[in-house]
Write a protein of this length. Structure first.
Ligand SMILES: NC(=O)c1ccc[n+]([C@@H]2O[C@H](COP(=O)([O-])OP(=O)(O)OC[C@H]3O[C@@H](n4cnc5c(N)ncnc54)[C@H](OP(=O)(O)O)[C@@H]3O)[C@@H](O)[C@H]2O)c1
Length: 286
């Protein structure tokens, strides 16, 4: 295989329309790096639940950014992600960058399954994304003016998905990151009340944090029509991960990029400027 061929091979970006994947794809494209999007809406289609779609997504790829859906800690993820890594390695695509979760035993099992494939691996073990408040299930809460969560007053070092994408791109384009495990967090610990306070400050909206019990949260989510498996996943995350085990900042962003991670306040300013918090809530609340 000559160097020109290697240079023109695409980097496969899974979860290509998601919070991290679309940022990784945009950064690689801006650098002129050949890419291939991987998701159910991509061509060729990639579906975690349909293994017959995996080989064509991997064909002639140079490396892969793996973000599993819905969550690397759900039952079955270890086997599925491990099988995908094995196929990648046996297909001649051993260079993998895996997005993982911090403080989750199941996520660490998935990391091990990918390691066992013999991949040239970089692991991005990430804490809660700030973008959950603007691009995922917490957006509706912010728009309704009340973020009711079983988050207690446990501090969490929310990380910005832009930092995750910067580290992913560094890892995908520089072999010095092979074998590294980066714990990715923001630069400071914030309780949910403090994080929501930053959003209120940035937006000028009246939005507050309301601590609720796990049972109250699960009942309210089910009542709003959230699917049972999603309620189960969220209550698992709130009970397992938000017990203080992740209440410390880590140095992964600095080790990978040589700079400090972005602060939550900077995230909140940018999200506000994007207009995402301008819309009224879908349920009519404003
Ligand atoms: N959110 C957090 O705070 C947090 C923290 C640590 C780790 N993580 C990890 O982050 C990962 C998720 O990454 P993300 O938040 O960047 O993604 P995301 O925003 O949840 O995006 C989902 C992506 O997956 C694709 N997708 C959905 N179903 C799929 C399927 N069956 N097969 C293939 N692709 C599918 C979607 O595109 P299509 O609809 O086109 O298929 C979309 O591109 C999870 O593994 C989670 O454990 C999250």
């Amino acid at each position: 295989m000559n160097i020109t061929t290697q240079a023109t091979k695409p980097i496969l970006v899974l979860g290509a329309t998601g919070k991290t994947g679309r940022r990784v794809l945009a950064r690689l494209t801006a650098r002129g790096v050949p890419t291939r999007a991987g998701s159910r809406s991509a061509q060729p289609r990639f579906d975690w639940e349909d293994r017959s779609t995996w080989a064509s997504a991997l064909r002639d790829a140079k490396s892969v950014y793996i973000s599993y859906y819905p969550d690397i800690a759900v039952p079955g993820a270890v086997e599925t992600v491990g099988s995908f890594a094995e196929l990648a390695v046996t297909s001649g695509v051993p260079r993998l960058v895996l997005l993982s979760g911090r403080g989750e035993a199941e996520a660490e099992h998935a990391e091990q399954a990918v390691r066992d494939s013999g991949a040239e691996l970089t692991i991005l073990r990430s804490t809660w994304f700030a973008q959950n408040f603007s691009e995922d299930y917490l957006l509706e809460h912010v728009l309704s003016g009340e973020v009711a969560l079983p988050g207690g007053d446990t501090p969490e070092p929310f990380v910005d998905a832009d930092d995750i994408a910067d580290v992913a791109v560094a890892a995908l384009t520089d072999d010095r990151h092979i074998g590294q495990l980066y714990e990715l967090t923001g630069p400071r610990l914030l309780t949910f009340a403090e994080a929501v306070g930053e959003i209120a400050k940035a937006t000028g909206r009246e939005v507050r944090y309301l601590p609720v019990s796990l049972d109250e949260y699960a009942a309210a989510a089910a009542g709003q029509g959230v699917p049972a498996e999603v309620v189960e996943l969220l209550t698992y995350l709130f009970s397992e991960v938000l017990d203080g085990r992740n209440s410390r900042v880590a140095d992964g962003v600095r080790r990978a990029l040589g700079r400090e991670p972005r602060d939550f306040a900077a995230y909140a300013r940018d999200a506000r400027a994007s207009g995402v918090w301008d819309a009224p809530a879908a349920n009519g609340a404003d």
